[in-house]
Write a protein that binds this ligand. Structure first.
Ligand code: ZN
Ligand code: ZN
Length: 123
């Protein structure tokens, strides 16, 4: 699988047993719905620590991002309380993509509970 943003290889990393796809170059993270549902808050924080440097704006603000699984153009979503956080979701429900820096912000705030309760990955 290639990164939807920078086209580098994605590697599978494990956060306490939950496999997650991470870009070897920009460290963006791709979650499938079943991975995301298994992920617990501690795993999420571990992933955040591991995510590294923030992605440059050129990647963060990319207008057209395609799903690494099905190739559909992904929707840009944002959080009303943290509008600087942009993430991408496949319209077919394949998964969500976070840039490295976004992930750090998400982990810090109460976004986690909201994100989980919203069931954004349910079709
Ligand atoms: Zn990448
Ligand atoms: Zn897709």
């Amino acid at each position: 699988m290639n990164c939807p943003k920078c086209q580098s290889d994605m590697e599978t990393v494990s956060y306490t047993g939950v496999p997650v796809d991470r870009c070897t170059s920009c460290h963006g993270l791709w979650f499938h719905p079943e991975q995301f549902k298994k992920l617990k808050r501690d795993d999420w924080l571990a992933a955040h620590i591991d995510a590294g440097e923030s992605a440059p704006d050129t990647l963060n603000k990319m207008a057209e991002v395609h799903c690494p699984d099905c190739g559909a153009r992904m929707k840009h979503l944002t959080d009303e309380n943290q509008p600087h956080i942009l993430y991408e979701q496949c319209p077919q429900g394949c998964g969500v993509f976070f840039d490295a820096g976004e992930f750090k912000d998400l982990a810090k705030e109460t976004f986690w509970d909201k994100f989980k309760s919203r069931k954004i990955l349910d079709k």
